[in-house]
Design a protein. Sequence first.
Length: 431
Amino acid sequence: MQQEVTLFWFRRDLRLEDNVGLYHALQSKFPVIPVFIFDDAILDSLPKNDARVGFIHDSLAKINAQLQENGSSLLIKKGKTQAVWHALIQEFHIKEVYCNKDYEPYAIARDLAIGTTLEANNTPFFSHKDQVIFEEKEITKADGLPYTVYTPYKNKWLEKYKINGGVTEFDATSWYGNFYKSNFDFLTLEQIGFEESSIKVKPHNLSKIANYHETRDFPAIDSTSYLSPHLRFGTVSIRKLVNWAVRKNDVFLSELIWREFFMQILFNFPKVMTQNFKSAYDGIQWLNNEADFKRWCTGTTGYPMVDAGMRQLNQTGYMHNRVRMVVASFLCKHLLIEWQWGEAYFAEKLLDYELSANVGNWQWAAGTGCDAAPYFRVFNPEIQLKKFDEKGIYIHKWIPEFNLGYGKPMVDHAMARDRAIATYKAGILKN
Ligand code: FAD
């Protein structure tokens, strides 16, 4: 008779340490097969050298090496998720399946469908909270409705964290003996249909966080954590980070709370994925000029801060947060191009692309989101440059040809500012 097993399904939680779903899986009665599925529904939409696929593959290789030290290995599959699960049910005698929750609309629908398939096979499917401290509707207003303003959300979040006495981490090392003994073939990147990218995810760096509150806005100073792709793919644990940040730096902790704020916004208001959070802004007459968009994408607007940011993004898959704010505001306000265009471009290029944070921040910059910048606030890219890169170190790095006569701005700031305010005003009045 075939051996009864438990499956643990890795998704965006690519680590063994402090992994809640894995911790519970390992305590089941059956040996645990860890599995990862490269989902064709997603892979088919990506270029063959997408750096994020390479990063996932590297992270899986690290997990596999750790599993091998314990006489086990990672089972990698590729295909349409539903079809893969049908095949897994045939291949193994699966008694239970564990995973960690994923709150994006695509993932929720996928998990519902897989849950139904497993249920039809009498296999329980357990999903755990892992990627956030507080999920879904855990932080709500007194009336039970979700917060749409950050500061009261953050205060409630901190209050709850303190009442709970921090957050428990899950160490499963003493259960590693319960991994299924195996030596599955580890699929290469080529076997998955991808190739190495020259763009790589940087290791994260927490050593400079002590002065984060003073330095984080200056793109020339290497003073942010580079955690974002690691949080996206779960190669670090949010519980460990938060327990650490609480003792180290309040401003840094606030950023981790912004991440959860936007996650609960997407969960509670999934329309924000494609539509304005504030429907009062639906009547804005965007110019959506293709040629202007191209100049923005290629970093040739004539505004050094915007161009440096877009070039950093195109060359590295990363852009400093202050500069993301400047380029996003420039696209929506100076060029009157709707935020969805910029959001899609970032989604294609960012190594840390996270649906909730991307739409949340884009809508913030466009003024259409919850707790957004007021529509009449139009960043002046020249003033931003003077304030945050006074010596021009950042722009010289990304625009080697930069000199005093650099380019000619594609739009005049004063004209663009007045035009944006008038267009927004007219759009809001119309609705
Ligand atoms: P740090 O400054 O070290 O921050 C630590 C962590 O806090 C980040 O890794 C991130 O998880 C979280 N965080 C920080 N700022 C924000 C924020 N404004 N909103 C939500 N979480 C935050 N972040 C993404 O992770 N994915 C995205 O797709 C994304 N798109 C963005 C689009 C725009 C237009 C803007 C203005 C910001 C966007 N951000 C996004 C937020 C922010 O720019 C990045 O999280 C940050 O630059 C990543 O670098 P870091 O890890 O060194 O950040």
